[in-house]
Design a binder for this molecule. Structure first.
Ligand code: SF4
Length: 224
């Protein structure tokens, strides 16, 4: 993909859950993981819509006053798979005084992109696997670049709500001063119909959804 074009699924205006304030979210297509709880399986495909840099910038500029207390979040899918476009987009948006954070799984450590963005939401995938060594490399780069990181973690009851899993997250939080916040997100099954539509198996159907008491238990484990 050339620098000034990317493949995206959509641009959503008005998200209050992808960073501080109201935000425009660019959902890139393509992902290098296949998480069983993924809410956006439609972004796994390499297809999506081809867009130019100017097209994305112009669309976001239309919402500039609306997102003045928030900014733009690059999400997906995995935005680091289209790192060159993301770099060009961030430079353009910074020229408009619009801040940009990136939501990522942390498997691709592009130091230049980390340096350019204004913050990272790093979703730690410890549900079916151990924390990947590439994520540690990614956190090292965030620390070196002094980028604020919000560490998110999808909490799946009876899968990653063990004291061992919480202890790993607590160790990361205590090791990396760049991790400003840890946010647990309760596992939800709202995405189930998407899997059916895409003719994909929803592997996490067997788990129950998370609730307030699950979240309280997780926060207590990492904050005490
Ligand atoms: S990394 Fe994100 S977009 Fe990719 S499969 Fe996992 S949850 Fe979905």
């Amino acid at each position: 993909m050339e620098k000034c074009k990317a493949r995206i699924d959509s641009i959503y205006n008005g998200s209050a859950v992808d960073g501080n304030g109201l935000r425009c979210v660019v959902f890139f297509t393509g992902c290098n993981m296949r998480c069983g709880f993924c809410h956006n399986p439609e972004t796994w495909t390499e297809q999506g819509r081809e867009v130019t840099l100017d097209e994305v910038v112009n669309k976001i500029k239309r919402y500039k006053s609306y997102i003045k207390n928030g900014g733009v979040t690059l999400s997906g899918g995995e935005p680091f798979l289209q790192a060159e476009f993301c770099k060009a987009l961030i430079e353009k948006l910074h020229g408009e005084n619009i801040g940009v954070i990136i939501e990522t799984n942390g498997l691709i450590c592009d130091v230049e992109l980390i340096k350019l963005c204004d913050g990272v939401r790093l979703d730690i995938k410890n549900q079916e696997r151990d924390i990947d060594a590439r994520v540690i490399e990614f956190l090292d780069a965030c620390k070196k670049a002094e980028k604020p990181v919000t560490m998110t973690n999808v909490l799946v009851p009876d899968l990653n709500d063990t004291q061992e899993k919480f202890a790993e997250l607590k160790r990361l939080k205590n090791t990396y001063g760049c991790i400003r916040e840890v946010k647990f997100l309760a596992f939800r099954k709202l995405c189930e119909s998407k899997y059916a539509r895409l003719n994909l198996p929803f592997r996490f159907e067997k788990y129950r959804e998370g609730g307030r008491s699950d979240l309280d238990k997780a926060y207590a484990a990492i904050n005490n």
